[in-house]
Design a protein around this ligand. Structure first.
Ligand code: HEM
Length: 187
């Protein structure tokens, strides 16, 4: 596979060439996951900016909400393929254990972000889930005093302004480590 990174005007921009064993679609899965994260951020900013009334009623808003949802599905799809590639080529060994750990944190936090996204959607299904999880958490006084799933504003704030910021930091640290350590030789 010829990488676009070697062709003008991109050639030389990355100041690094990838090793021959990384010239495979399997090694693109992390990059595609990152592209999904970028799209989720941009569409998410637009959704949060124009608000729930827009994304629940206007045709363009509904389409944007739908594309945000499907980008989230694609994010997890490519993330799991990336995980399989890293595991199958043994790329988690040695000093790369730290990047494996960072990746695991991204995966777990991403699943949390997904849950808060469901609570923050505000449509009927979202309200149904919010009320039922509220009922369930109500019998767990400690957690209930921390957070109530039926609190739409809190769910939206966590989904928009708390978890994505942490995710962004973790992903940047992950990519920096890949740059510093290079791509592992396969087993
Ligand atoms: C938002 C999620 C993630 C993004 C954007 C991401 C991105 C990347 C990218 C671009 C690379 C370079 C090589 C490649 O793409 O195959 C990479 C390598 C790596 N990733 Fe991820 N990753 C994510 C999640 C994970 C997860 C869940 C794990 C494991 C639990 C993980 C573990 C690793 C390891 C160990 C490497 C080094 C592989 C090597 O040196 O060959 N990553 N990641």
């Amino acid at each position: 596979m010829e990488s676009f990174a070697y062709l003008p005007p991109f050639g030389g921009m990355f100041k690094k060439t990838s090793p021959f064993y990384a010239e495979s679609y399997w090694y693109c899965m992390g990059g595609i996951t990152f592209l999904m994260f970028v799209y989720l951020t941009l569409s998410g900013i637009l959704l949060a900016w124009l608000g729930p009334f827009w994304w629940l009623t206007s045709p363009v808003g509904k389409a944007m909400k739908g594309s945000h949802y499907w980008a989230a599905q694609a994010f997890f799809f490519f993330l799991v393929l990336h995980l399989i590639r890293v595991w199958a080529t043994g790329a988690f060994r040695g000093r790369r254990w730290l990047n494996w750990l960072l990746g695991s944190a991204v995966l777990l936090l991403g699943l949390g972000e997904n849950l808060f996204g469901l609570l923050a959607r505000g449509d009927w299904e979202s309200q149904f889930v919010a009320m039922h999880s509220d009922d369930m958490l109500f019998v767990q006084p400690y957690f209930f005093s921390l957070f109530s799933p039926a609190n739409f504003t809190a769910s939206l704030a966590i989904h928009v302004a708390v978890i994505p910021v942490i995710l962004f930091g973790l992903i940047m640290a992950h990519l920096t480590l890949v740059r510093l350590q290079g791509i592992a030789r396969p087993l």
